[in-house]
Design a protein around this ligand. Structure first.
Ligand code: KG4
Ligand code: ZN
Length: 341
């Protein structure tokens, strides 16, 4: 089974060819980050216009790199929810057009389910295959969720953020620190050499639930910065690296505390961390140590599978098709908001 997948839910134009559910034959991602940088965040109007400009060449490139023709494809998969509506509509319309023109089934995919399946992606024979059930921490720019994934299409959301997503907190705090956009990678870099215990930022604890909250932490950093000039005169004076590292530590601590509690509640043996924030080096470092201590089988996808890509969308669609859980829908709509179902 060979699928062409298209992902345009935000500011990345992505296309991939996936074979036999997990094998990535090609994966093309064109990021618009540079275009949005001057505005300090994603401008939806620019994002959708650029999606329209880039979509055809990106799809052509993915097909060429995989060495496939339309005749080799079994289906087209496309992200249709959740995301920036203008961006989604471009991918969905384009996918409909090519599915119609080449008489191929069109499979709409939930972006969150795509992230969940990023742990199954393979490039080399040597990679260990992943399997259900597993506990998944999904941390991206728009979502922070703990999911007990029992099987294809069988997901239980155990906890989620009550305010900002983890990636959103990184982006907002980076702006407050003058580190630019996107904030996650900027804070990751700025934290290098910083002391993660320099500033005792608060950790929200929503026990007995497994929910998260990052808004208070963000406000705490902003308030701390207001007295920054004054504090610089005092000893010891935290550097920008110290503040960035302390904020990052607070986010990582909150994520891992709930992950451990969720693993205990589910008796999970397999744990996966996916989404853009899973690219964070401190999170990855602490996770590896934790997995060893708890004897979890840990899936931490390669960085290119953590951030938005189309291969994960093709993978999710393939698993659904195999299980008879996906139907072609040339009339499918796009939705800005959607839960994982
Ligand atoms: O999954 P993703 O590419 O897009 C969404 O579906 O949202 O995630 C993007 C988010 C952004 O908020 C970005 O700042 C964050 O992931 N991110 C990081 C890192 N790389 C990307 N956050 C922390 N550390 C990183 N290294
Ligand atoms: Zn995403």
């Amino acid at each position: 089974m060979v699928l062409l997948a298209i992902e345009t839910s935000c500011d990345e134009t992505a296309a991939a060819v996936v074979e036999d559910k997990v094998w990535v034959r090609s994966n093309v991602v064109l990021s618009q980050t540079k275009l949005h940088e001057p505005f300090g965040g994603i401008v939806p109007e620019i994002a959708s216009r650029k999606q329209m400009e880039f979509i055809a060449p990106v799809v052509q490139q993915a097909m060429a790199q995989a060495g496939v023709d339309w005749r080799n494809l079994d289906a087209i998969a496309v992200t249709n929810r959740p995301g920036l509506i203008g961006s989604l509509v471009v991918g969905v319309s384009f996918a409909k057009a090519i599915a119609f023109a080449h008489s191929l089934p069109l499979i709409p995919v939930n972006h969150l389910e795509g992230h969940l399946f990023s742990v199954f992606l393979q490039e080399k024979e040597s990679q260990e295959a992943w399997s259900f059930p597993f506990l998944c921490l999904l941390v991206s720019g728009g979502h922070t969720e703990l999911i007990w994934a029992k099987g294809v299409g069988d997901y239980e959301v155990l906890g989620q953020t009550r305010d900002d997503a983890a990636g959103e907190a990184f982006d907002k705090v980076a702006r407050a620190l003058g580190l630019g956009f996107p904030g996650g990678p900027a804070i990751d870099r700025a934290s290098e050499g910083g002391d993660p215990n320099a500033v005792a930022f608060p950790r929200a604890d929503l026990t007995p639930t497994l929910d998260f909250s990052f808004a208070g932490l963000k406000t705490a950093v902003v308030r701390y910065l207001k007295g920054f000039e004054e504090r610089l005169k005092r000893k010891p004076n935290p550097t920008l690296a110290d503040i960035a590292a302390s904020f990052q530590e607070a986010v990582v601590d909150m994520l891992l505390t709930n992950l451990v509690r969720a693993a205990e509640a589910t008796n999970a043996e397999r744990v996966a961390v996916v989404g853009g924030v899973a690219a964070n080096r401190r999170l990855r470092q602490k996770l590896l140590a934790l997995a060893e201590q708890k004897r979890w089988q840990l899936a931490l996808p390669a960085l290119k599978w953590c951030t938005d890509n189309a291969a994960m969308i093709g993978c999710a669609a393939s698993f659904r098709l195999e299980q008879g859980l996906a139907q072609s829908d040339l009339f499918c709509d796009a939705f800005a908001t959607a839960d994982l179902k």
